[in-house]
Design a protein around this ligand. Structure first.
Ligand SMILES: [Cu+2]
Length: 400
């Protein structure tokens, strides 16, 4: 007999949902926690082991999302081509006994955004709920925090050098978050397959300098990309934007339980934050056509007031191609690469990222006329939603 042994580990919060041991200061329910995680410094845990303790519980499993090709939808349902996927779901606060059900068929694309602060001590529990639509598979999953300086390989998530999580089991990763920057995370088990299938997410760390006041270039900032010492990386609003894509043939063959076309992999649905244009600019969470679940919760719309500096936290988890992103009409300053502040900044209008690369760029809207600008790929064949033109890897920057 095999049974699930879910175990969300959050020190001082030994058994969430058990009335006898709840010392959590919030309400356990989906989406009630402010950012989907339990944080000691926001008073969500009483008497914490560490004043900077953060707990998050992710499930890994499968699900469905729809693509942006509403006009030429091959499925004919007007919701865009339905794609089977693997992915993660934030189930923080769900009692252990209900975690399996909460995670099943609940995969989101991209994965829930993980946002930490320098100095946080993170307990990230991953529960593998299995793939409901592929019961022939018994794949483990992991969380690989790409670029994170682990003290030991044990929590790396790369399955040959660390542990992976079987169906029905939970592993808690521990991260002492010592460096700010834009990172990313993904499952590292059979990485080509699981990443193409959608186990990809935004992850970034804000610096200890946040909350101090620094003046730079005539403006005062309290939020910074890095501990720059002089305010040069200061910004007013930030947006994580992840480059990724789906190869529709790969996903279609997967749900059809056919051999997977690895050698032909090509993303005919290029996306930003899990959506192709114009879905990228729809602020609403998007339902899928399989069961109506809101499986694409994150837009890629960028908004700011005139005069503000926008920090774009760019990352690429494309498994097949390099992508160049450009912004016309707003100066773009590159301030960081690979989760490191650059020693010298440079101004450009286009940046290029390969899979696994991250980059921070500042868009300064001072002197820029209010209106709609575009962030899009100059790989022009990627401005498509498969057969449909004027889509793909593009989003809008709205200056008010
Ligand atoms: Cu996986």
């Amino acid at each position: 007999m095999a049974g699930a042994s879910v175990f969300f580990q959050c020190p001082t919060l030994s058994n969430p949902g058990d009335p006898g041991s709840v010392i959590y200061n919030g309400t356990f329910a989906d989406n009630v926690v402010v950012d989907g995680m339990i944080r000691a410094d926001q008073g969500e845990i009483l008497n914490p082991v560490s004043p900077r303790q953060v707990c998050v519980h992710l499930s890994s499993g499968d699900g469905f999302v729809n693509m942006a090709d509403k006009q030429l939808d091959p499925d004919g349902n007007g919701m865009g081509h339905e794609q089977y996927m693997f992915g993660f779901k934030n189930i923080t606060g769900i009692p252990d006994a209900e975690a399996m059900l909460a995670g099943m068929l609940a995969a989101e694309f991209p994965a829930p955004t993980l946002k930490f602060k320098e100095g946080d001590e993170v307990y990230l529990s991953l529960t593998n709920v299995g793939m409901m639509m592929r019961p022939d598979l018994f794949d483990p999953h992991t969380v690989h925090w790409h670029g994170f300086p682990n003290a030991s390989a044990i929590f790396d998530g790369e399955p040959m050098s660390s542990v992976s999580i079987n169906m029905g089991a939970t592993l808690t990763y521990y991260y002492k978050v010592i460096e700010p920057g834009t990172f990313m995370y993904h499952c590292h088990v059979e990485a080509t397959e699981h990443m193409q299938m959608g186990m990809l997410g935004n992850l970034y760390v804000t610096p200890a300098q946040d909350g101090t006041q620094k003046s730079f270039g005539g403006r005062t900032y309290s939020k910074f990309a890095y501990n720059d010492g002089d305010g040069s990386t200061g910004y007013h609003v930030d947006f994580p934007v992840q480059i990724l894509g789906f190869d529709s043939n790969f996903h279609d063959q997967h749900i059809a339980v056919q051999p997977l076309p690895f050698a032909e992999m090509y993303d005919d649905y290029p996306m930003l934050n899990g959506r192709g244009y114009p879905d990228t600019v729809n602020p609403a969470p998007l339902p899928n056509s399989f069961d109506g679940r809101l499986s694409q919760p994150i837009p890629a719309l960028i908004t700011a007031n005139q005069g503000e500096r926008i920090l774009l936290r760019l990352s690429s988890l494309s498994t097949v191609a390099f992508h160049s992103l450009t912004v016309q009409g707003i100066p773009m300053q590159v301030i960081g690469e690979g989760s490191r502040m650059r020693r010298s900044f440079y101004t450009t209008n286009t940046v290029t990222l390969g899979g696994g690369q991250s980059m921070e760029v500042l868009l300064d809207t001072q002197g820029v006329a209010p209106g709609t600008y575009f962030l899009y790929t100059t790989n022009l064949d990627h401005l498509v939603n498969r057969q449909e033109e004027y889509g793909g890897m593009m989003t809008e920057i709205v200056i008010q």
